[in-house]
Design a protein around this ligand. Structure first.
Ligand code: NAD
Length: 495
């Protein structure tokens, strides 16, 4: 097996990091990690199973009493130090991330490495905010509350932005005094293993463990383990439902960050007064073409007011078409590859089905059947009905459907006509309309006149089948990773 990059994680073959040391599965089984831009293997990684999960749970449980007793400021310092190390090594980590995920170094992976460091730094700073409350009951009695960690957290993440999501899971669990077992996705565990290399020797053994493996093996074993007090899952709604079911049996706490089918809505005033170019660019940004559309928040349903359709759509097409598609490691490439053959095939199916139903291509085409790399072009379809599968289900590829609308009421109804409720993008400068629509649209996060990414400090999570709980903020961490303990002391009974 040829190594694509000499700086791949040296510990890859072991895969799992348990109790402060690299651990190779006893049966020697491995997963092959591939570069989707080149359709070529990169390296082998240990394929952990229930055995490794069990070892990791034992280690985490043993480490818990001392870790939760540590001053929050000390835990915060360790997270900030990991953030600093990641910043220092961001370029190297970004290349590994691009090789395994297909997300271009230029537009995505480099930014993701720095963004992940930002998340670690944020939680490093706010760890001290794990504060309780006091109740003024008068003399002789004191009642107060504290925030206690749930205990041992099992976190499972997908491949689309593994480093960013890994940093969120690590930070939220460890800042609040929980110990963690993290299972990265089988397609993209390498950037996380690089992060573990950077974290070696930093946290006490057993506090931060990683087990690489398949979802149905290591993932299911982690979600179902009786020693796991809380499961934090980011991934598809289908797997999220399985996890919620299994956690319910033992009343384990659960946070779910799931899929989306986010609406982008553009009103005529958004392109008035010289704003056409910037609005078209932000609409294209919201679609996340630069991450091949593989973003849970991607604004993949574009609703354009009919009065500006002819003016706006050619510009959105122009901005999207200008992306340079190719090998994610190429420094000039804007948009890389979707993660694997299965995902590529699903995107192909969605587009072919819409084409057969009569959709029109404003940009792109049905992806080729057997490409050299899994690099579909940005695709924009019109003539699509909001009831078609391509308009209702998460394509998770660079495919946007554009649908005209006439009235505000009509577009709100279409935007909400989905079982998802993760994000939405609204383009208008009418303050009354902004106020009405940001209330009326079912979404955990609404961006107005921009199409940006998550911000540390801003609570982020979905409604409906897009999930429960929120992340990226200290408030989210306190709600999701701790419980309130109330203490009432009768002072006067002690003379
Ligand atoms: P997925 O659900 O297939 O896999 C996600 C993770 O779950 C992987 O680590 C996988 O190994 C594991 N897994 C699979 N089956 C499992 C099982 N039975 N038990 C336990 N773990 C199991 O999702 P994916 O296709 O890798 O990721 C894409 C999905 O993630 C999309 O739906 C996307 O919208 C969603 N996502 C959501 C957010 C968010 O914050 N809301 C962020 C990123 C991605």
């Amino acid at each position: 097996m040829t190594l694509l990059d000499p700086k791949l994680p040296q510990a890859g073959l072991a895969g799992s990091f348990i109790n402060g040391a690299w651990h190779r599965p006893a049966d020697g089984r491995t997963l092959t990690i591939e570069n989707p831009s080149r359709r070529a293997p990169i390296c082998e990684v240990g394929r952990g199973t229930a055995t490794e999960i069990d070892l990791a749970v034992q280690a985490a449980r043993a480490a818990l009493p001392a870790w939760r007793a540590m001053a929050a400021s000390e835990r915060g310092k360790l997270l900030s130090e990991l953030g600093r190390r990641l910043e220092e090594n961001a370029e190297e980590v970004a290349r590994v991330l691009a090789a395994e995920s297909g997300n271009a170094v230029k537009t995505q992976s480099r930014g993701e490495a720095m963004g992940a460091a930002g998340v670690l730094n944020y939680y490093g700073g706010v760890a001290v905010e794990q504060k309780g409350e006091t109740l003024p009951l008068g003399p002789g009695i004191l009642s107060y509350s504290t925030r206690e960690p749930h205990g041992v957290v099992g976190s499972i993440i997908p491949w689309n932005s593994p480093l960013q999501l890994g940093a969120v899971k690590i930070s939220m669990a460890l800042a609040t005094g929980n110990c963690l077992i993290l299972k990265p996705a089988e397609d993209a565990p390498l950037a996380i293993l690089k992060l573990v290399e950077l974290a070696e020797g930093l946290f006490p053994p057993g506090v931060f463990n990683v087990v690489t493996g398949l979802g149905e093996e290591a993932g299911a074993a982690l979600a179902n383990h009786p020693g796991i007090d809380k499961v934090s899952f980011t991934g598809s709604s289908e797997v999220g439902k399985l996890i919620a079911h299994s956690a319910a049996d033992r009343i384990a706490k659960v946070t779910l960050e799931l899929g989306g089918k986010s609406p982008t809505i553009v009103f005529p005033d958004a392109i008035a007064e010289g704003r056409l170019e910037t609005t078209a660019q932000q609409v294209a940004n919201a679609m996340r073409f630069a991450r091949q559309g593989q973003s849970c928040t991607a604004g993949s349903r574009l609703f354009v007011h009919k009065d500006i359709w002819d003016e706006l759509m050619p510009k959105v097409v122009e901005k999207s078409a200008s992306l340079n598609v190719g090998d994610a490691l190429d420094p000039d490439v804007d948009m890389g590859a979707v993660v694997n053959a299965e995902r590529y095939g699903e995107i192909r199916e969605f587009v072919a089905e819409a084409e057969a139903l009569g959709a029109t291509f404003l940009l792109g085409e049905t992806p080729a059947e057997d490409p050299e790399g899994f690099t579909p072009n940005p695709t924009i379809l019109s003539g699509v009905d909001n009831t078609w599968r391509i308009a209702r289900e998460e394509v998770f590829g660079p495919v946007m459907v554009a649908i005209p609308f006439e009235t505000e009421a009509e577009v709100v109804e279409m935007a909400n006509d989905t079982h998802y409720g993760l994000a939405a993008f609204l383009f208008t400068h009418d303050v009354s309309r902004i106020t009405r629509l940001t209330r009326a649209i079912d979404a955990g996060w609404i961006q107005v006149n921009q199409g940006g990414g998550q911000i540390p400090g801003m609570s982020y999570g979905g409604t409906k089948q897009s999930g429960m709980g929120c992340e990226y903020s200290i408030e989210g961490a306190l709600e999701a990773y701790t419980y309130r303990k109330s203490v009432t002391i009768n002072i006067e009974s002690h003379p």
